[in-house]
Ligand binder design. Structure first.
Ligand code: MG
Length: 283
């Protein structure tokens, strides 16, 4: 556990405030996409709503051009059903009963926000509904536990236990991350407990730590494979997968969702269509 303390950066209150601005914009972009989610909409249309939100704020999309075998070609990752993450938006129309994960991030005035949600499209079956509830539940649990646990591994262990107690599996090949002026910064933030990781890379939780926490949960196996587009990760057994993420700061007053909804003062700066809380997609 010694190595770790060097690897995570502690941010000042001012820096957390800057990241909140970026995070609130990311929240807003998710709201723009959420209100379009219905059978018949294309994943490209959802991506455009997010891109337009970032453009209007003069923010830099973090996913567009992300380096890989081919640079990522869109502003968001949109992954349907058995697709876990990194799906490429395009002409695919969503169908009644699908689940769709939307993941995006932006940099505003030098600071980053990153968040993901999985939506139900129309009416979904009981299993899919339970998957969304458990995945959102394990993210909420992790955020809550940041307030009371000393080391991240203690949080990760409870996350894994929670998911497995619902007979689902937690993805181990992909993890959350530190975030600041770059989207991906140390430390790695796993959603499961693993001895060797704990020995080498565990880190302590104290005010100023900012993490992108992003559990991915599968109905079947935790294993995954990649499609030939070089990006899309799908479950190896084609079972459903869900993904929820928030950028979270641990402050002296406890965990704060930097990509969460506005409080009363912040609301004043939002566009008119977002003034009505009843319209918000909550996660
Ligand atoms: Mg992330």
């Amino acid at each position: 556990m010694a190595a770790d303390v060097q690897r995570r950066v502690l941010r000042s209150t001012r820096e957390i405030g800057m990241m909140r601005r970026a995070g609130l914009l990311v929240w807003q972009s998710h709201q723009a996409a959420a209100r379009l989610v219905r059978p018949g909409v294309t994943t490209g249309e959802l991506d455009k709503a997010i891109a337009d939100t970032f453009q209007a704020a003069d923010a830099t999309p973090l996913f567009l051009g992300y380096p890989g075998k081919t640079p990522f070609p869109a502003v968001s990752c949109i992954s349907v059903n058995e697709e876990l993450v990194h799906g490429i938006p395009g002409d695919r129309q969503l169908a009644d009963g699908d689940i769709v994960s939307i993941d995006t991030g932006a940099r505003l005035d030098g600071w980053c926000g990153d968040a993901a949600v999985t939506h139900a499209v129309g009416t979904i079956d009981t299993k899919a509904h339970k998957l969304l509830t458990v995945t959102q539940g394990v993210l909420n649990l992790a955020i809550e536990l940041m307030a009371t646990k000393k080391m991240w591994s203690e949080v990760a262990r409870e996350m894994q236990d929670y998911v497995e107690s619902h007979k689902f599996s937690v993805v181990t090949d992909m993890v959350g991350h530190g975030i600041g002026q770059q989207m991906h910064e140390p430390p790695q933030v796993p959603n499961y407990y693993h001895e060797s990781w704990v020995r080498e890379d565990d880190f302590d939780l104290r005010p100023g730590v900012i993490l992108a926490i992003e559990p991915m949960v599968n109905v079947g196996t935790h294993q995954l494979r990649h499609l030939s587009d070089h990006w899309t990760a799908v479950t190896k057994d084609n079972s459903l997968s869900a993904h929820f993420e928030h950028t979270v700061a641990l402050t002296k007053d406890g965990p704060r969702r930097l990509t969460g909804p506005p409080d009363a003062n912040e609301k004043a700066d939002l566009p008119e269509w977002l003034q009505d809380e009843g319209q918000w997609f909550r996660w």
